[in-house]
Each structure stands twice: as structure tokens, then as C-alpha cells.
Design a protein. Structure first.
Length: 239
């Protein structure tokens, strides 16, 4: 049986500070965009366009190998107005890579107490994925101030509100993710979630093959982006 790493006072303080900053930022703009390029630098042209729209929160999905951390660190320096985080953190290697890259935060599609404890010990804000009432309750017990409701499209916009009475009023800040489009955002926010994450629905017909290993695919990713729906959303959501 593995032991959880101890969380030092400085690490705990770092988590509280970064979590508070993320919560404040998401309350000002309750929207995230999730990108899954084969390598982080592939997303650079698209990130430039997203930053120009004044989007604040972008997640890049973890990919195995040292290049991912190195390139993501480069993007963080190139796009200081974006709060760049890591997505798809489901094991220790991915967590360590996100921390090495200097990400502001990370998201996991699963609820893993040992992964949460390891993140806390490193002073890193990791938001777990939840689906069932039991997972929501456990995430709350384990100190998660934010959760990602995943896959949201399978649950429906009223799902989160239905949990409030049986689980009690102090539910974590909820980010709905998984299968949602720009047209869904306002409906989900009105139904009671706190923020919404969008992924492939923002791109049209430009999937980059997993075998692509160089930034030459970057133009294809950027060209598949229609800024109009996101621009309209941001105009109504940003405080």
C-alpha cells in the first residue's frame, strides 16, 4: 500500500494561493478551452488568436515525453495573458510534467486521492474529474475547492443542481466539460454550473493526426478555428 506524500506548510499555502487565483479568474470569465495538439507548439498560432480575443483559460492535454514540458514552458513565456493549464493528468508522470512546465493549474479526468495528495505536496492545484454523487462528496471531503464534471454532455445541464439538496449546499466550484459546444455554455451556466470547458467543438474538420511530430500542423489547427461563437460568448461572460 503506497503512502501519501506529506504536505508542507509552504506547499499548502501555495495551493491555497493558486486555487484562490484560479477561482477568482474563473468567476470573472467562466470559460475554458481544452486543446489536444500532438505537441504544445503546434497550438501556438491558435493560442495567439485566443489571446487576441481576451480568452483567459486554456488547457493543453498531456502527451508523454520530455518535449511536452519543454514546449509548454515555452508557450507559457510566449503567452503571458493566458492562464495555461494541463489537461488529462491521470498519473504521476503527467503530474510531474505539468509541474515541470510551470502550469498554473491542472485537470484530471478522474478522482484519484493519491494523485491529489501528490499534487498538494508539490504545491500544485489539481482539479479532479467527478461524475457520481459519491465522487463529488469524496472530492469535497479531500479538500477540492473545484471539480470538473465529466463527461457533462452525458449527464445533462440540470444534473449538478439536482445534487445540491441531497449533498448539501457547500458543493465545490463546478466546471462542466465533455461534449459541450459554444451553444451549450449559457444553458449550462443558467442551470447551475459555475464554468464550462470547450474542446473539439471549437475546431472544424482539422484534427491533427497523432503521428504528427512537428509544428508544421500548426496552421491546420489555427485554420480550423472559427472565432465568432467564442467572441460572442466572451462578450457576454467576461466581467
Amino acid at each position: 500500500m503506497s503512502r501519501w506524500p506529506a504536505t508542507s506548510e509552504p506547499a499548502a499555502a501555495a495551493v491555497l494561493e493558486s486555487t484562490a487565483a484560479l477561482l477568482a479568474s474563473l468567476r470573472r470569465q467562466p470559460l475554458l478551452v481544452v486543446l489536444r495538439p500532438s505537441q504544445p507548439l503546434v497550438a501556438a498560432p491558435l493560442l495567439e488568436r485566443l489571446q487576441a480575443l481576451d480568452l483567459r483559460h486554456v488547457e493543453l492535454a498531456f502527451q508523454p515525453g520530455p518535449v511536452w514540458s519543454e514546449q509548454l514552458r515555452e508557450l507559457i513565456a510566449l503567452f503571458p495573458r493566458l492562464a495555461l493549464g494541463a489537461a488529462s493528468i491521470s498519473h504521476q508522470e503527467a503530474l510531474e510534467a505539468a509541474i515541470a512546465a510551470g502550469c498554473c493549474y491542472g485537470f484530471s479526468p478522474i478522482l484519484d486521492p493519491e494523485l491529489l495528495a501528490a499534487a498538494a505536496a508539490a504545491g500544485f492545484t489539481l482539479v479532479p474529474g467527478v461524475m457520481s454523487p459519491t465522487e463529488v462528496h469524496r472530492a469535497r471531503q479531500w479538500g477540492s475547492a473545484l471539480v470538473k464534471l465529466f463527461p457533462a454532455a452525458s449527464l445533462g445541464p440540470s444534473y449538478w443542481r439536482r445534487l445540491r439538496d441531497p449533498l448539501g449546499p457547500s458543493l465545490p466550484f463546478c466546471i462542466a466539460a465533455g461534449g459541450l459546444s459554444p451553444a451549450d455554455v449559457n444553458t449550462w451556466l443558467a442551470a447551475g454550473v459555475d464554468a464550462v470547458a470547450l474542446g473539439s467543438a471549437l475546431l472544424t474538420g482539422t484534427a491533427i493526426p497523432p503521428s504528427s511530430s512537428s509544428p508544421t500542423g500548426a496552421d491546420r489547427l489555427a485554420d480550423g478555428f472559427d472565432p465568432s461563437p467564442l467572441q460572442a460568448l466572451l462578450a457576454g461572460l467576461t466581467v
